[in-house]
Structures are given as structure tokens and as C-alpha cells.
Ligand binder design. Sequence first.
Ligand code: HEC
Length: 152
Amino acid sequence: MKTFKRILFWVLIIFALIQFIPTDKVNRPVDHKVNFADVQRTPQKINELIKGACYDCHSDETIYPGYAYVAPISWSVKSHINEGREHLNFSIWGTYNQDLKKSMLERSVQAIQNKTMPMPGYIVYHKKANLSEAERMLLVQYFEEMLKSKTY
Ligand code: HEC
């Protein structure tokens, strides 16, 4: 029992201390000249779907949930956001070359259809990101239309 209490004591101390390790939650300002929705003149309904389902990890308009402020969960959240933005950042869409845009649209279609995006763990806590079949279809159709008409 004594050992257990001692372990618990140190776990609590460490938990308290790691709260002081900050994660950067400042969003870069969005440049409307290269922002996806502005460049593509995305219809409002589609824009809302992308914002609700993808923006937290794939844009500079991340909204941080409460649990993103508690270490060590905050580290995992931040690493998903960094990684997500590295792959695809809708806020700097206009800076991508045509090949990258095409590839991102194709991969987005695949990811939405295969339900690998939005990340399954994330949609449990984000109702808006838990897309219905119809909503998934709308997004897929929108991206496929861009691919077909080469308007990207
Ligand atoms: C909770 C965070 C999160 C959300 C929400 C999210 N993604 Fe991702 N996404 C990631 C991460 C992390 C990666 C990189 C690792 C990986 O591929 O799994 C990624 C990778 C991708 C890639 C690149 C895959 C590749 O093969 O290069 C695409 C495309 C993508 N996401 C599209 C989307 C779309 C579209 C949405 C919304 C419908 C979305 N994601 C929502 C975190 C997220």
C-alpha cells in the first residue's frame, strides 16, 4: 500500500508539472488570396462541411477543444494538427502547384470514402465532423467535380 501511494504521489506530481510545458496554439493569420474557400469560391454548404470536418487539422483556423489544454493529451492533439497541416492545409491552398492540388483532391476523395478522414478518434468528440453518408457524398462530388473540370 505504501508503495502504491508513493507511486500515485509521483504520478500526480509529474502530471502537474507537465502542465507547464506549453504547446503553441496560435493560428497563423489566413491570407484570403490563397485560402481554399476564397480561391475556389466554394458554395457555403460545402464550405461548412469542410470547416466542420477538416479545418481543425487542415487549416490555420483550428479551434482547440478543452481537452487540448491538458497535457499529455495536448501533445497528441498538437502533433495531429502539425502533421495534418503538413500534408494538406486548406488555408494555403493557392500556394500549391497543380500536381499537388490534384493529388490532394484525389486523396481527399479516397479518405472520405474509406472513412479514414476525418480521423475516427476525432469524430467521437466532434459532432459536426461525424459526417452522414449524404454529407460524405456531397464532399466527394464537389472534389470530383473539381478534378473533372480541372478547376483547381
Ligand atoms: C483530427 C485531425 C484531422 C481531421 C479532423 C482531418 N484530418 Fe486529414 N489528416 C490528419 C493527419 C494527422 C494526417 C497525416 C497522417 C495520415 O495520413 O493519417 C492527415 C492526412 C490527410 C490527407 C493526406 C493523406 C495522404 O495520403 O497524404 C488528406 C488528403 C486528408 N487528411 C484529408 C482530410 C479531409 C478531406 C478531412 C475532412 C473531411 C480531414 N482530412 C480531416 C488529421 C486530420
